[in-house]
Write a protein of this length. Structure first.
Length: 286
């Protein structure tokens, strides 16, 4: 009798979890909560290119790692003058134990991730005097590796009239950009008088200052999926680092004030769109 009752109760529980529709069984699932926007107003007030955050520089130098430049975190900018190469060429980085973005002058070309994607990248034709720029870091990680950053050799190879031309690149200008709110505000204040700054903001690595009015009720999570990788500050308080894999940052209630709040975003990769949003649920990594 007890066995019969046990089986009956078990079947009842199982049947309560199953719906029959069009002759098929479907297990009931709880719907994910719908995120609600909690920014009432958001306006980009100031943009400063990454160069405004430079702290130190060395000229005509061989490649130096972050440790050799006295840095444990932050961003490094490596710049080398290019020769005239009228055909596409292959850039090869000997040691890249970090995430590097590659630019010709200010035009983005591609990314190099020495761990995941290899260390080569195809460059378009270039002319004498253009600058090859490699932006390394910006994720806030402090690594013990001696070779964080770039290390020699770095070469450029091209096929010209059936002959392979290889250029070993050894003379670099190296710039350092520290992390932190002080660096960000210094850069933004320096660029505030530049009337062209906002028009140049789209897709550029640098610093973004927003004025935001938040809803005062419930949780607040900044959704950084429009941005690349970097750091965020709300009213001077650091929220932490974000990337496409972790685009959500919680805003603690004690960081907020009534009315207008300052949100400063440092983006080492450059946003798809310089638009800030926030919801009452954390964003899912893309």
């Amino acid at each position: 009798m007890r066995r019969f009752l046990f089986i009956t109760v078990l079947l009842t529980v199982l049947l309560s979890l199953v719906q029959t529709a069009d002759g098929r069984r479907r297990v009931r699932t709880r719907k994910a909560p719908v995120s609600k926007e909690v920014i009432r107003k958001s306006e980009l007030k100031t943009f400063a290119p990454l160069i405004f955050g430079v702290d130190s520089a060395v000229m005509a130098s061989p490649l130096l790692t972050k440790r050799e430049m006295g840095m444990t975190s932050g961003t490094m900018i490596y710049i080398c003058m290019l020769p005239d190469v009228k055909v596409p060429s292959k850039l090869t980085v000997g040691v890249c134990h970090d995430f590097a973005q590659v630019f010709i002058d200010d035009d983005f070309v591609g990314r190099i991730d020495g761990v995941q994607d290899g260390s080569t990248l195809t460059l378009p034709p270039v002319h004498d005097g253009q600058e090859l720029k490699l932006l390394v870091g910006g994720d806030g990680q402090k690594r013990a590796d001696d070779f964080v950053g770039l290390a020699e050799p770095i070469s450029l190879a091209a096929d010209i009239d059936g002959n392979e031309l290889t250029l070993n690149m050894r003379r670099w200008t190296i710039l350092t950009v520290p992390d932190g709110y002080e660096t960000a505000t210094k850069a933004l204040d320096s660029a505030a008088s530049d009337s062209l700054a906002l028009s140049e903001a789209s897709g550029k690595p640098g610093y973004y200052r927003f004025q935001c009015v938040f809803s005062r009720s419930g949780n607040i999570y900044l959704n950084m999926s429009n941005f690349g990788r970097g750091q965020v500050f709300v009213n001077g308080n650091p929220l932490g680092y974000y990337s496409n894999n972790s685009p959500s940052l919680q805003v603690l209630r004690r960081y907020l004030k009534r009315g207008t709040n300052e949100v400063v975003v440092f983006d080492a990769a450059g946003p798809r769109e310089a638009v800030l949003s926030a919801q009452d649920q954390p964003a899912v990594g893309l």
